[in-house]
Design a protein around this ligand. Structure first.
Ligand SMILES: Nc1ncnc2c1ncn2[C@@H]1O[C@H](COP(=O)(O)OP(=O)(O)OP(=O)(O)O)[C@@H](O)[C@H]1O
Ligand SMILES: [Mg+2]
Length: 385
């Protein structure tokens, strides 16, 4: 119960703070260039083949005006990961005069988007410029140039049709790679034949599971294979679910028995959650010790896709009283340990360009889980009172 009480009280703080300013003002908080976050344990020939094919397609059409390529698939299936692999492909380097990554998200704002694009082209905007002014400025900047843009996590085709199409058509040539959960969004944006990312086969998922657990002994890989494959099926072949499960399993013995116990846990079938949050994602939360649960839920106060700084979180968690005292250690030091534990459990994703994982993000589905659980707890409190 105290988790949510505190959580709700902090909503007031966040509402009053920069994190909850109108959409147009949050652009500095969203770290839009997340292209460097390439998965260290990339698995599956499918992913590599898809990457190769899509890079070829991009290069074939690089002289066209605003050619679109699309990647579609359910949440957590690997669209952003594939787009990152493409974005970092060696043969794309130097193919366009300007290349950048933009994380669009559900709550994008037209102004933020245009400002971000201008920034990509090295232009700084004045305060208070209107949408029309920003759009004209962008059109003038891209004139005669060629560009490659990844628009990651697009929820509405209007991002293209209403905001970016007109200014970007001024460029001599350009390719836009769109990732979205919805086929209809890809088509309405003008993508022909989007690439569909499917959930992983049991074998590929198993490879991701043991690699994410750093299992290096071939005998272990062979001995645990059958139960491992069952676990992958329980995860629905979803790489995000497999990665969080890997960290939960890493705390168990590496035996068939211990893993079978894990697979039979009742938390797999908690029924009152939205389908996409059930099973492995919920279990990874359920497995957390109480103090980490509070810290995890707290992160959902940040808007979707924002970058969170370790030092801010440490300060806020300490102020909330989430940190348990440990003999001979400052609360801030313990809070830092909590931060790294959440990263280790794949519940927060470190931002690779920062030294020491000083900044991180929360995957959208995990944030949804945290929001959902907080709301559930709120209803519980209301009922109890
Ligand atoms: N081929 C892969 N090999 C290894 N890990 C992968 C692979 N594909 C995805 N992952 C991992 O799965 C997790 C989810 O992937 P990703 O963020 O790309 O999903 P997404 O489809 O973009 O989800 P969303 O729709 O919520 O944006 C990430 O932690 C990523 O590292
Ligand atoms: Mg994504």
């Amino acid at each position: 119960m105290p988790i949510l009480r505190r959580f709700q009280s902090r909503v007031k703080f966040f509402k009053a703070s920069e994190y909850m300013q109108p959409k147009a003002e949050v652009q500095n908080l969203k770290h839009m260039r997340t292209s460097h976050l390439v998965e260290p344990n990339l698995v599956g020939k499918h992913t590599l083949h898809a990457c190769k094919r899509l890079v070829e397609r991009i290069l074939t059409h690089k002289e066209e005006k605003a050619y679109k390529v699309g990647i579609v698939g359910t949440g957590g299936v690997g669209k952003t990961t594939l787009a990152q692999k493409i974005y970092n492909a060696e043969n794309l380097k130097g193919a366009f005069s300007n290349q950048a990554w933009i994380c669009v998200s559900r709550d994008y704002s037209d102004i933020t988007l245009l400002k971000e694009l201008l920034r990509n082209f090295g232009v700084h905007h004045e305060q208070g410029e209107t949408l029309g002014e920003l759009s004209s400025k962008l059109a003038a900047v891209v004139w005669g140039k060629s560009f490659f843009r990844v628009l990651d996590d697009v929820w509405e085709p209007e991002v293209w049709t209403n905001v970016l199409r007109t200014p970007l058509h001024a460029a001599a040539a350009g390719v836009i790679l769109v990732t979205t959960r919805h086929d209809a969004v890809a088509h309405a944006t003008g993508v022909e034949d989007p690439h569909q990312v499917d959930s992983m086969s049991a074998e590929v998922g198993w490879e991701l599971l043991w690699k994410s657990m750093n299992i290096s002994d071939e005998r272990d890989v062979e001995d645990l294979r059958n139960i491992g494959l069952d676990i992958i099926r329980k995860c629905g072949g979803l790489p995000l679910a497999i990665k969080v499960t890997a960290r939960v399993l890493a705390t168990k013995d590496k035996t068939d028995n211990a893993w079978r116990k894990f697979i039979n846990r009742s938390a797999w079938s908690v029924g009152n959650l939205p389908t996409e949050l059930r099973g492995a994602l919920y279990l990874s939360y359920d497995d957390l010790p109480h103090h980490l649960k509070q810290c995890f839920l707290y992160c959902a106060l940040y808007p979707e896709d924002s970058t969170m700084s370790r030092d801010d979180l440490v300060m806020l968690w300490v102020a909330e009283g989430f940190i348990e005292e440990q003999h001979g250690q400052l609360l801030e030091e313990t809070a830092e340990e909590y931060y790294y534990e959440l990263i280790h459990r794949n519940l927060l994703q470190p931002d690779g360009i920062y030294f020491d994982h000083m900044r991180c993000k929360m995957h959208d589905l995990l944030r949804q889980l945290a929001c959902y659980l907080s709301r559930e707890e709120a209803s519980q409190i209301i009922l109890e009172n």
